[in-house]
Design a protein around this ligand. Structure first.
Ligand SMILES: [Zn+2]
Ligand SMILES: [Zn+2]
Length: 437
């Protein structure tokens, strides 16, 4: 395809149009343009003035063609074009154009400035993501390094123990071997003495037996017990080690207990302080200043102000509960909305399947499974409180504006209001998992 001829610059096109619409007599844009029969145009006043005083035939001032009569035609098309050119060259029009030009330019400048800033912001964001990603990578690396260290230690420890036990077993046999070898040498010496006595001189009559060296007593050979040696190492080592690792986890699940002194009078706590039940009646207590008197709440006995802590709570099939952390300073005598502003970072369940984060207003959460166990992770350094479905460790909600002050694990078993046997809120301990030393 042939390239389209490039358009002449707008200004030169305008110049040539202006020339075309210029009267050859007055050298200005046509006024009332008229066309002679030779097709040349002039202003009506110009051509009239040009012909005034001429007798008989008149001529075209441009091509000199002569005409017998003074005839011309008004050319409306040219008149309209002249008007257009006149309008576009008028001062106000030019001013207007200049204004538009300026405004457009200003707009472009503003836009460019906006894009420049936008680019800077995007680059900043990318830097932030990269920095944060690097931080997170370092964090993941250090967490895994800690796990590897525990594993390495366990491995080293076990191999050393195995070596010691192997050396012990070997030494038992080695001692016996040495004794047997010594006894063998003594016997061989006796054999030599006795053989010598019997062969030295056939002429000498043997009067007495040679004096033998005393025979050494050798203990019976030790039984080697490979089964006993192997028992410890032919065990499910991965599982045993994994269970040993459990208590080295930082943080591993904290074995919390309820602080009975904080329990609302309608909460009964099990003897081992790991279960809290709602009860129909009110238990009479002396006022101790720590107790929740309005809301059916209870705290754990363990408070945290630094470090990272994790614990698990079994909520079972309870249709309604709140749990999380509460600042030590919370008002326990009045009804208070649970929100970080009021010192509570909580997750809640209502009506069996409505999960919310304890913000004001509540943040409804889409939880597809119905967790029976909730994991709470408190990171005092990062000021983060996160809730997990402890069955699969999927994150349910995370508060990034966590506490700066000392907090206690918080629970509200809630009054279920039905006649069924109430389910307890249970603090999970892991004696079956951890191995005692
Ligand atoms: Zn003219
Ligand atoms: Zn002419």
């Amino acid at each position: 395809m042939a390239a389209a001829p490039s358009a002449p610059p707008a200004s030169s096109a305008k110049e040539s149009l202006r020339e075309d619409l210029t009267c050859a007599i007055c050298c200005d844009l046509f006024r009332e343009p008229v066309m002679l029969s030779c097709m040349h145009h002039f202003c009506k006043p110009c051509i009239s003035r040009y012909w005034r005083g001429t007798q008989g035939r008149v001529s075209c001032p441009q091509c000199r063609k002569e005409f017998s009569c003074r005839q011309f035609q008004t050319n409306y098309l040219v008149a309209a074009m002249v008007e257009k050119v006149r309008a576009t060259t008028a001062d106000t029009y030019i001013q207007n154009l200049e204004k538009q030009l300026k405004e457009t330019l200003e707009n472009y400048h503003l836009k460019r400035e906006y894009y420049k800033n936008s680019i800077v912001r995007d680059k900043d964001k990318m830097d932030t993501i990269k920095r944060f990603g690097a931080d997170l990578q370092a964090r993941v690396t250090s967490e895994f390094r800690a796990l590897h260290q525990i594993l390495d230690q366990e491995e080293t420890c076990m191999l050393e123990q195995l070596k010691r036990e192997q050396v012990d077993e070997l030494e038992k046999v080695e001692r016996h071997l040495e004794a047997v070898e010594l006894a063998k040498r003594e016997i061989e010496e006796n054999i030599r003495i006795f053989q010598q006595a019997s062969t030295t001189n056939e002429n000498i009559i043997l009067t007495e037996l040679p004096q033998p060296r005393p025979c050494l007593q050798v203990d019976i050979a030790p039984e080697i017990d490979l089964t006993a040696l192997g028992n410890k190492y032919m065990a499910p080592l991965q599982y045993i080690t994994w269970r040993k690792m459990f208590k080295s986890l930082k943080p591993g699940p904290s074995p919390l207990t309820f602080d009975v002194d904080t329990a609302h009078p309608s909460i009964r706590v099990s003897r081992d302080k790991t279960m809290a039940f709602e009860c129909d009646g009110m238990i009479l207590h002396l006022d101790n200043g720590k107790r929740f008197l309005q809301c059916v709440n209870i705290l754990a006995a363990q408070g945290f102000q630094s470090g990272r802590h994790y614990w698990e709570v079994e909520v079972g099939p309870k249709p309604k509960w709140d749990l999380g952390v509460a600042s030590e300073a919370i008002d326990r005598r009045s009804r208070i909305k649970l929100s970080p502003e009021n010192g509570y970072w909580t997750l809640r369940l209502r009506n069996t399947n409505e999960y919310s984060a304890g913000t004001q207003p509540w943040t409804r959460l889409q939880v597809s499974s119905f967790p029976k166990k909730i994991g709470v992770f408190l990171d005092c350094e990062e000021r983060r409180v996160s809730f997990y479905n402890a069955d699969d460790m999927s994150l349910l909600y995370s508060f990034a504006n966590g506490p700066r002050v000392k907090v206690f694990p918080f629970f509200s078993p809630c009054i279920s209001g039905n006649s069924q046997e109430p389910h307890p809120v249970k603090l999970l301990h892991y004696p079956p998992v951890t191995l005692s030393d």
